[in-house]
Design a protein around this ligand. Structure first.
Ligand code: ZN
Length: 365
C-alpha cells in the first residue's frame, strides 16, 4: 500500500510525534503531540488495545525509548519533549518488553541521571517484577517478560559506529523480544523502530542511512522467520515519514562502491579530524577509502565545521542529493506479510494503519 502522512489542520509535513500518534491511535494531531488529539486529550493506541485484549506487548527501538515514536505507542503527553513524564507513562503502561536507550531518564539527577523528581524508575520497574539489563551479554539472562533493556543513557549509537560489545543490534533485540512475547498464549503486539534512519536523514549522511536501513532489514528478516513458522502472524513494515528528501543519482552518476566503503558516520570522521591528530587526507583514506583531490581537501578545510565539508564531498562522490535537512511530505510505501496482509493494499492515510492492524487482530478502537 501507499499512504499519506500530513498532520491535522492541513499541516502537510509531519513530525515524528504527530505521525507516531497517527500510526498508533488512528487520530490526526499536531506537531509534538504524543498520544493526544488536537484538544490535548489522551486517545487510546493500538498497543493498549492489544494489551486490554490480553496480548503481550513490546517496544524495540534504537533511540531512547521515550523518544517520539515509541512514546506514541506507550504514553500520552502534550509535548514530545516531556521526556521524564513520558518515561513514567511507559512505566505505568506495563509494556512487557522494552529495549532501546534512555537509562538517564530513569535515574534522578543526584545519582547522575536527568530526573528532577527524585524518582529512581529502575527501582520502580524492579518492584513491578521487571528483569533489567544493560548490555548485549545480559540478553540471555532475560528468560521471561517483563524485561527492560536500556543500553545507553540516551539514544543508542549509529549502527555504522556501534560497538557490538556495548549495544545489541536491532535484529538481536527484535529476536529476543519475539522469543519473550511469543510465550503469551493470547499473542502479542510488538513495535520495532529503525529509529536512526531518520537521524541519518537529518544529517544527510548517506552511508549511515544505508547502514541503519540494513539493520532494519535484518530485524524484518527476524520477524519474517518467526512468521514463516507461525502463520497467524502479521508483519507490517512502514515509516512515519521520509527524512532528507533523498534522491539517488546526480547527473546520472551513482557510486554504491563509495557508499559501501565508508566505515564511520560523517560526524565521527569530523570528530576524528578535530581530535585524532592525523591529517584529513589520511582519515578520509582510512574511513572512506578515497584519495581526496586538492579541491575536495579545500572544501573540508574551508568549512567552519568539518562535518559540512565531509558531507558535501562524500555525497557528491556517492551521487546522492538531499533536498532537505528535515522531513518531507512524500507518500510512503507499506509492506505487509502474513495473516490479513491484504487489508493493507491500496491507497490510504497513516491514520488507517492502526485501525487495519487492530482489525487484523480481531479488535477495534
Ligand atoms: Zn526526524
Amino acid at each position: 500500500g501507499m499512504y499519506t502522512t500530513h498532520m491535522a489542520d492541513n499541516e502537510y509535513i509531519t513530525d515524528s510525534a504527530a505521525s507516531g500518534t497517527a500510526m498508533s491511535t488512528g487520530v490526526k494531531t499536531y506537531d509534538g503531540a504524543i498520544g493526544v488529539d488536537v484538544n490535548k486529550q489522551p486517545v487510546p493506541n493500538v498497543l493498549e488495545i492489544a494489551k486490554e485484549a490480553g496480548k503481550a506487548t513490546g517496544l524495540v527501538v534504537t533511540c531512547r525509548v521515550n523518544h517520539a515514536t515509541p512514546a506514541a505507542f506507550a504514553a500520552h503527553s502534550e509535548h514530545r519533549n516531556n521526556y521524564n513524564a513520558i518515561m513514567v507513562d511507559i512505566l505505568n503502561n506495563n509494556v512487557d518488553v522494552i529495549f532501546g536507550g534512555g537509562s538517564a531518564y530513569c535515574v534522578p539527577k543526584e545519582l547522575g541521571g536527568v530526573r528532577d523528581d527524585g524518582r529512581n524508575l529502575f527501582n520502580e520497574f524492579l518492584a513491578k517484577g521487571y528483569t533489567i539489563i544493560d548490555s548485549p551479554s545480559a540478553l540471555p539472562l532475560a528468560t521471561a517478560a517483563p524485561v527492560l533493556g536500556l543500553f545507553a543513557p540516551g539514544d543508542l549509537a549509529p549502527e555504522i559506529d556501534r560497538d557490538a560489545n556495548k549495544e545489541p543490534s536491532l535484529a538481536e533485540m527484535t529476536s529476543k523480544a519475539i522469543n519473550l512475547l511469543a510465550k503469551d498464549q493470547d499473542g502479542f503486539f510488538l513495535m520495532v523502530e529503525g529509529s536512526q534512519i531518520d537521524f541519518a536523514g537529518h544529517d544527510n549522511d548517506a552511508p549511515r542511512n544505508v547502514r541503519e536501513t540494513i539493520a532494519l532489514d535484518e530485524a524484518v528478516t527476524v520477524a519474517m522467520a518467526f512468521a514463516a513458522t507461525n502463520p497467524d502472524t502479521l508483519v507490517v513494515v512502514a515509516a512515519d515519514h521520509e527524512t532528507g528528501a533523498l534522491s539517488i543519482g546526480k547527473d546520472y552518476q551513482f557510486d554504491p562502491i563509495v557508499l559501501r566503503q565508508v566505515k564511520a558516520s560523517y560526524g565521527k570522521i569530523a570528530n576524528l579530524i578535530a581530535e585524532d591528530g592525523r591529517s584529513i587526507v589520511e582519515l578520509m583514506q582510512e574511513y572512506a577509502s578515497i584519495e581526496l583531490t586538492d579541491e575536495e581537501l579545500m572544501t573540508i578545510e574551508q568549512e567552519e565545521k568539518a562535518v559540512r565539508g565531509i558531507t558535501s564531498v562524500l555525497n557528491a562522490r556517492i551521487g546522492v542529493i538531499w533536498g532537505s535537512g528535515n522531513h518531507s511530505g512524500v507518500m510512503l510505501p507499506l509492506s505487509a506479510h502474513g495473516a490479513e496482509a491484504d487489508l493493507f493494499a491500496g491507497f490510504y492515510d497513516n491514520t488507517d494503519i492502526p485501525k487495519k492492524i487492530a482489525e487484523a487482530m480481531g479488535l477495534s478502537f
